[in-house]
Design a protein around this ligand. Structure first.
Ligand code: ARG
Length: 460
């Protein structure tokens, strides 16, 4: 099959060049966007008198026929098509005859692949946002359910301070909230239409780029034609958003792996989200959490790949840019699947409150709270810290808890303290009193949940 650009050539492309050159293997994913872009383009051409209404009618009808044939599998593509833009254009000409040759007036594949890419990504961002909203809903539900439940707060994977389980959920809520905000941001910045930029410099024909932008649901046309065909910032921003969000998922996935271990036994992941071992009959492994942790690597790779492709490329279009798609598609697929897998796994996970409670006795979780009690009795914090440190030492020697120390032991540590001056240092009392804004007290977690709900509401 002769290429649509074959006029000045005397030889056909070498067979291995055809394969190396073609993007049809992956850019056919955007056939709907390509057809939508063409319909908007020819509608504009007719409105501007560049083609007749009758011609545009035939072209649109032909494009819809092609769309249906691709959808039904009647049309399949191969390397002869080179890319989705020429694949569709050549089928159109075969379908409706010479009038189809008018479609490519005042546009180039350089702007076409960009309008396709932006429309594709806008659609996928919508999908990803829906999945993130769902994840946030699951988190809010769990946070509410466990708002009063106590658990161990760690730093350095060492027992640090007592917290509520709802508080942990709301910490992750914040991460995904920022992911949502970032994605909205990316969406708004990329919501400009490159169609009509042409190869790089616009056109002498009286096109109306504002019209095509509007028809395709963009806020406006892009400002500069040369930038329009060589900009891949929107994909890089998306890949950065994806990388950060995947990093968040991998952090929680890592906690799931720990929490699910025999040593922690904080959670029981549903059987349907675990796998077994082919040799050890007793095993139930948290494979989904581990895979999520692993998947982040490929998304970082996708980001690095595109950053590297774009580095040092001169204006305007270069064929290097064709390498912008596979990594983008991979990140879209990976991120989407990861969010849903994680949300479902979280929803189905049971928290083993008895096991968690058993761990609360270890690690002197209320030590900081005792120091704060002393501060309220006018002991400077640095001294209070020192006193509690000595109390911990005595407890370690005697194998007891801070609340078990006798008046005698306490006054020996420091003349200013007694059992009475410790106040209520039960774990529950300590947590309930952490009502500072953003703190872990159930009342404060409930405020955070309400704010989280309001955030999600504001996006609807
Ligand atoms: N398949 C190409 C891409 O994805 C389309 C643009 C090709 N333009 C060109 N002049 N070779 O980047």
């Amino acid at each position: 099959m002769a290429s649509l650009w074959g006029g000045r050539f005397e030889k056909e492309m070498d067979e291995i060049v055809k394969v190396f050159n073609a993007s049809i293997g992956f850019d056919q994913r955007m056939y709907n966007e390509d057809i939508d872009g063409s319909i908007a383009h020819v509608t504009m051409l007719a409105a501007q008198g560049i083609v007749t209404k009758e011609e545009s009618g035939k072209i649109i009808e032909g494009l819809e026929t092609i769309r249906e044939k691709i959808r039904s599998g009647e049309i399949t593509f191969n390397v002869e098509d080179e890319d989705i833009h020429m694949g569709i254009e050549s089928r159109l000409i075969a379908e409706i005859g010479d009038v189809g040759k008018k479609l490519h007036t005042a546009r180039s594949r350089n702007d076409q692949c960009q309008v396709d890419g932006r429309m594709y990504l806008k659609k996928e961002i919508g999908e990803i946002l829906d999945r993130l909203y769902y994840l946030e809903e699951v988190i809010l539900e769990k946070a509410e359910k466990y708002a009063d439940c106590l658990t161990v707060g760690f730093t350095h994977i060492q027992h640090a301070q007592p917290i509520t389980l709802g508080f942990v959920f709301m910490a992750y809520f914040q991460m995904f909230k920022r992911d949502i905000e970032r994605l909205h941001d990316t969406y708004h910045r990329m919501n400009l239409c490159p169609l009509g930029a042409g190869a790089l410099a616009g056109t002498t024909l009286p096109i109306d780029r504002h019209k095509t932008a509007k028809l395709l649901g963009f806020a406006a046309p892009t400002e500069n034609a040369m930038d329009s065909v060589s900009d891949r910032d929107y994909s890089i921003e998306f890949l950065s958003d994806a990388s950060i969000s995947m990093m968040h998922l991998s952090r929680w996935a890592e906690e799931f792996v720990w929490w699910n271990s025999q040593e922690f036994s904080f959670i029981d992941i549903d059987d349907s989200y675990c796998t077994g071992s082919s040799i050890m009959p007793q095993k139930k492994n948290p494979d989904m959490a581990e895979l999520l942790r692993g998947k982040v690597g490929r998304v970082y790779g996708d980001l690095m790949q595109l950053l590297t492709v774009m580095k040092g490329t001169p204006l305007a279009y270069n064929k290097d840019f064709q390498e912008d798609k596979e990594s983008l598609f991979d990140a879209v697929d990976t991120w989407k699947a990861s969010i849903t897998i994680f949300a479902n796994m979280l929803e189905k996970t049971e928290f083993r409150l008895d096991q968690i409670e058993a761990q609360m006795a270890k690690g002197f979780l209320n030590a900081t709270d005792i120091a704060e009690h002393f501060v309220k009795q006018n002991i400077p914090f640095r001294e209070a810290h020192e006193i509690v440190g000595r109390m911990v030492k005595v407890c370690e020697v005697n194998g007891c808890q801070l609340e078990d120390l006798t008046d005698e032991q306490l006054s020996e540590i420091d003349g200013r303290i007694s059992k009475k001056s410790l106040g209520d240092i039960s774990i529950k009392a300590c947590v309930d009193a952490r009502i500072s804004f953003g703190g872990t007290a159930p009342s404060e977690v409930r405020r955070q949940i309400a704010a989280g709900r309001a955030f999600l509401e504001s996006l609807k």
